[in-house]
Design a protein around this ligand. Sequence first.
Ligand code: ATP
Ligand code: MG
Length: 268
Amino acid sequence: MRFITITSGKGGVGKSTLAANISYLLSIYGYKVALFDADIGLANQDIILGVRPQKTLLHVLQGEATFDDIVMEINNNFLFIPGENSEKILSFKHAEIKESFYKGMEGVERFKDLDYLIIDTGAGIDQNVRTFIEAATDTIIVTMPNPMAIMDAYTLAKYSAKLQEDIYIVVNQAKSEKDGKEVFERIERVAKKHLPDVNIEFLGAVEQSSIIDDATRQRKLVVKDFQNSVPAIQISNIVKKLTNNLTKDGEHIKDTPHISVYFRRLFG
Ligand SMILES: Nc1ncnc2c1ncn2[C@@H]1O[C@H](COP(=O)(O)OP(=O)(O)OP(=O)(O)O)[C@@H](O)[C@H]1O
Ligand SMILES: [Mg+2]
């Protein structure tokens, strides 16, 4: 099993959009996937996935629902754990949220045979985000081709480098694939100089495209409802590269760490 945290320094770069589309494609390829919306207080995966959760993590924290109650099935292979998009959840301490997530995941039978746990974090590098980077086996850093976003991506890479051997970069909202590749190469150059032991890997670029915005507005997924569009193909290439990388030694995804390992990592 792989525990993948999707993160970015800067906000609004496309983490949630990519997390939803990547999770969906993995599920279509036959992997068992759970996606957790860990953007505490600003959760919006429900909009991207086009679902309406009745209860969220907030209800679990308030003791009004079990973790199993809030899990939604997007399809047979794809479980979604809704976060909360009101400030009410901010009154809960980070440790309580972590504990509730852990206890909930641990008790739920449906999580036992997962291949991928995908965590969509909020922007920045607060305690919540750090926790999910620390627990991850792999981090995907999403950035955009502007100097601030690139700088923030590098700062995050520096942080992840203390914890993971491989760091994956996706350049979203690029002018072209070539432009995306150039942005990656800029990050790689700086990283090689300052973080010589880290393997920074380019997963791919996704172009700036009105199709993504339209899909979100219509509560549709690009990779599902606009399958042949350029961004859908670019996202599917990212997923292929990701799955190839994660099984590069011929290791089957099921042979990699069990969910219990994740919990141990979560609590350091
Ligand atoms: N490649 C793209 N082309 C055009 N629009 C995009 C692209 N990727 C994402 N967007 C749009 O950008 C906006 C922000 O995307 P998203 O919510 O996925 O970002 P985020 O990084 O998760 O933001 P936050 O930091 O607030 O969680 C959305 O309106 C989304 O539709
Ligand atoms: Mg988001």
